[in-house]
Design a protein around this ligand. Structure first.
Ligand SMILES: Nc1ncnc2c1ncn2[C@@H]1O[C@H](COP(=O)(O)OP(=O)(O)O)[C@@H](O)[C@H]1O
Ligand SMILES: [Mg+2]
Length: 414
């Protein structure tokens, strides 16, 4: 089998790496990939997403795995399927659940999925009126794709107003204002082939840049899995109250969804609430989850595309916890410098991985070329040891001024 991975981040490096390890896979291509993936995949540059359809045909690709949301929202999966090429990822209709938060909130409400009270606005005056009515804390969300940086939790009305004014400077702005929820956040990945569904081990990301969850939102600073927060009864609540109605909603709306639903769930004092629906794997959750899989990765994608997910029985490494720590460029998530040298030692402890997210080649070394630069994952027998191991690897990497959260997994540790 020849597989094409679309994307260029740490998630795609993990996908390409574990696909390349799979005995069923002859070659992995990655478009466009990054410099750190050279050992796992052949990189192919492209200018326009439409070039990928031509590429998949000319390279006789058996399966295309689409990593990021943008090409899904642009309809790449539809175009590939129309050419008879197997794809992992939903079509444009399913991708709308991520590309429009207003649409996603309406979907949740229509299908009885518990979610924070909200209202959607297309003009500033109405949004400000609503803000005066409900007050703070309030969550202000850009309705459109914003690479994980379109959400502000405003604790004061002045802050909410400032963000609203900023968002409405843009033409055709659409903003969701929603009630602030408190609780533990969970990343719930649910594979579905349109008929069957399978929930992957629960993960927890760390969205804010600062330790103790302060400061601006990022794409994600680190993740751990599996998360031992839910007892059997709560697992059942998650399935019944969140996952089942989302799947029923897809069917009712006649969305033929083949891919992964990455549900952002807030576990509040009253139980689970759905924050958002992503239509692809999480980054960095992918770097955390894939090393936990004991076995081949390709059959998972094939089962989803061929609607045989009921026959795929993953084995997860038992007694094993994964921790991923992101190294970001100095300044991230604000303006950051590119071209800084990054030195990564070749020797590493067993059961550790360094996934590249934003690196380029320079002479015989790597330099930074993005905000999130690397994601380091370690496996060990418990969370504390996995986290400690990940930080040992992080500390061996030379990236002066790197932004690293030192409390990954901290919400789950005593
Ligand atoms: N209603 C809410 N209450 C509290 N925190 C929220 C709420 N909505 C979002 N958040 C926080 O903001 C983060 C980003 O919001 P999300 O809706 O997932 O958008 P995106 O991932 O597209 O930026 C979440 O991971 C969560 O930490
Ligand atoms: Mg999110």
């Amino acid at each position: 089998m020849k597989v094409l991975v679309v994307g260029s981040g740490g998630r795609e490096h993990a996908l390409a790496h574990f696909l390349a390890q799979d005995v069923h896979v002859r070659e992995v291509l990655v478009a466009p990939g990054n410099a750190g993936m050279a050992n796992d995949a052949r990189r192919v540059p492209y200018d326009d997403p439409r070039d990928l359809v031509t590429l998949a045909a000319s390279e006789r690709i058996d399966l295309t795995v689409i990593g990021p949301e943008a090409p899904l929202a642009a309809g790449l999966a539809d175009e590939l399927r129309a050419q008879g090429i197997a794809v992992f990822g939903p079509g444009r209709d399913g991708a709308r659940l991520e590309s429009s938060k207003a649409y996603a909130k309406d979907f949740m409400q229509r299908h009885g999925v518990p979610t924070a009270r909200y209202a959607t606005f297309t003009n500033l005056a109405a949004a400000l009126d609503y803000l005066r009515e409900v007050g703070t804390p309030i969550v202000v969300k850009d309705s459109y794709l914003a690479a994980g940086k379109g959400v502000t939790i405003a604790h004061a009305p002045e802050e909410a107003e400032r963000v609203l004014r900023e968002l409405f400077q843009r033409e055709n702005a659409e903003v969701v204002l929603e009630a602030f929820l408190e609780g533990q956040e969970l990343s719930v990945h649910v594979l579905t082939d349109g008929v069957h569904a399978l929930t992957l081990p629960l993960a927890q990301d760390h969205k804010q840049v600062g330790e103790g969850d302060v400061g601006p939102m990022t794409g994600g600073m680190g993740a751990v899995a599996p998360v031992p927060l839910l007892n059997e009864r709560d697992q059942a609540r998650l399935e019944d109250e969140i996952i089942a109605p989302v799947l029923r909603g897809l069917a009712a709306d006649e969305i033929d969804y083949r891919g992964v639903l990455f549900l952002g769930v807030m576990w509040t004092a009253e139980g689970p609430q759905l924050l958002e629906i992503n239509v692809r794997f999480g980054d960095p959750e992918t770097q955390t989850l894939l090393p936990l899989l004991d076995g081949c990765l390709l059959p998972m994608f094939e089962a989803v595309e061929h609607r045989t997910l009921d026959a795929w029985h993953p084995v997860w490494k038992s007694g094993t916890v994964a921790a991923t720590v992101v190294l970001a460029a100095p300044g991230y998530p604000g303006a950051y410098e590119k071209g800084l040298p990054v030195r990564i030692p070749d020797a590493r402890e067993s059961d550790t991985w360094v996934f590249h997210a934003g690196t380029s080649r320079h002479d015989d070394g790597f330099v930074t070329s993005g905000g999130r630069v690397l994601a380091v994952t370690a496996l060990d027998g418990d969370l504390a040891r996995a986290v400690a191991k990940a930080y040992r690897e992080v500390d061996r990497i030379d990236l002066p001024g790197a932004v690293v959260r030192r409390d990954i997994g901290g919400r789950l540790l005593p």
